[in-house]
Ligand binder design. Structure first.
Ligand code: AMP
Length: 408
């Protein structure tokens, strides 16, 4: 609704400006794509398995509403082959068939960035720092950055063997759900939030102890640039993300101002194999997505980034029938002055009542005398001095702009 929607847009604008200043172009991708694009996210992820809204269209093709944007952006990269490094930001609704609750919706809004074409650890740090500084720009303070490396194809297989061996020794202690997950993707057992699994997960071997020298060096590089940028982080060795495509750097932002279950404000990571999986050349990439709905809940909880009141500057009172108000409203619009008016040729008294209620600072009044003499009457609706003055219509905009700028 208005008010909330304006706050939402203001947030997206802050994000877009933050990204633009960091050299990211804006990208807009379709709301739905060929189902195959999203299947590449990994058959073992809940997002793909259980949460996608998919449908067969009249053309017989199988499509899905996008559950996230990385796959779409990488699909666009593969299709258009722009020069690299290719850095883009996006905003828009995503769709997941989830059980709706506070902070978890079936249509939710994300903002994010993707950067393709280099695996320079400085890019990882740049992307992470961008999200960090965006939160700061909103005024959020109670946020922790959780950082991990998920290894790469040279070192992850050996780790997965160690992890599976460990879980196998404790299989019967795991929840039924996790026993099933173990068969499909042992890494995702680490993501279980079930209390029964926690003690077992806490003792599981971690990827950061199994990184190859190169991957370890890459991770150290990311951390050292973050240190230089003064972005604080917690190494979170059991952080695995909901999508299967991540390699090496992964991260998440958690708010302390929100309830545990819904405290993730965003996250992302490296996906060095996704472009080639989608039929393109091997191209490393990294990105993140942040949940706008959740960020606004965190802003509420921290009392920052309030919704601006959507109040017009000026209320136009026309007692000559209403056509003059239409002309004046057009004049205000082109001068950048927000205006409201009454309709249905209501009485002067009723229009003044509406003006008082509107929250506008100034009423401009046009009656028969004003029309005859080419003037407009201005009456302040706020402040001590509410004396009305009559000005020449030609000077109205200047007069209003002066009054509005001095009243702040
Ligand atoms: P993901 O794409 O799963 O990594 O999610 C990134 C961010 O989007 C999360 O940290 C949340 O802030 C937000 N998010 C994910 N799913 C939902 C949802 N169903 N409703 C609201 N926000 C969501």
């Amino acid at each position: 609704m208005p008010g909330d929607a304006e706050r939402h847009r203001a947030l997206v604008n802050v994000f877009g400006e933050t990204a633009r200043l960091a050299g990211f172009g804006h990208v807009i991708t379709p709301i739905f794509e060929d189902l195959g694009v999203f299947k590449r996210l990994g058959e073992s992820t809940d997002v793909v398995n259980k949460e996608m809204y998919d449908f067969v269209a009249k053309d017989g093709n199988h499509y899905a509403l996008r559950p996230e944007l990385t796959a779409s952006v990488v699909r666009a990269f593969v299709q258009h082959r722009p020069a690299v490094p290719w850095k883009v930001w996006y905003e828009g609704p995503q769709f997941r068939y989830e059980r709706p609750q506070a902070g978890r919706y079936r249509q939710f809004f994300q903002i994010g960035v993707e950067a393709l074409g280099t695996d320079d650890p400085a890019l990882d740090a740049e992307v992470i720092a961008l999200a960090w500084h965006f939160y700061a720009a909103l005024g959020l303070r109670n946020i922790t950055l959780l950082l991990n490396s998920l290894g790469d194809p040279t070192c992850r297989p050996a780790y997965l063997v160690a992890l599976t061996d460990y879980f196998d020794t404790r299989r019967t202690e795991l929840s039924e759900q996790s026993q099933h997950t173990l068969q499909v993707n042992p890494l995702r057992v680490l993501d279980s939030k079930r209390p029964q699994d926690q003690a077992i997960i806490d003792e599981a071997p971690v990827m950061v102890d199994h990184l190859s020298p190169e991957t370890g060096e890459h991770f150290a590089g990311v951390r050292s640039v973050l240190d230089r940028l003064e972005v604080p982080y917690d190494i979170s060795p059991r952080l695995v993300r909901g999508l299967d495509y991540y390699t090496r750097t992964t991260f998440e932002f958690a708010s302390h101002a929100l309830d545990g279950a819904q405290n993730a404000l965003g996250g992302g990571g490296r996906y060095d194999a996704l472009a080639s999986d989608l039929g393109g050349p091997e191209t490393p990439g990294i990105g993140f997505a942040l949940g706008v709905d959740r960020i606004l809940l965190a802003c509420d909880a921290e009392g920052v980034f309030p919704a601006g009141a959507e109040v017009a500057d000026v209320f136009i009172i026309d007692v000559t029938g209403g056509t003059e108000a239409a002309v004046l409203q057009r004049t205000m619009q082109s001068a950048g002055i927000a205006s409201q008016r009454a309709y249905d040729a209501r009485s002067m008294k009723a229009q003044f009542r509406a003006a008082d209620k509107s929250g506008a600072q100034i009423a401009v009044v046009i009656g028969d005398d004003e029309v005859a003499s080419g003037t407009i009457t201005i009456r302040p609706l706020m402040g001590e001095n509410r004396d009305q003055v009559t000005v020449d219509s030609a000077t109205l905009v200047d007069e209003l702009q002066t009054r509005l700028s001095t009243s702040g």
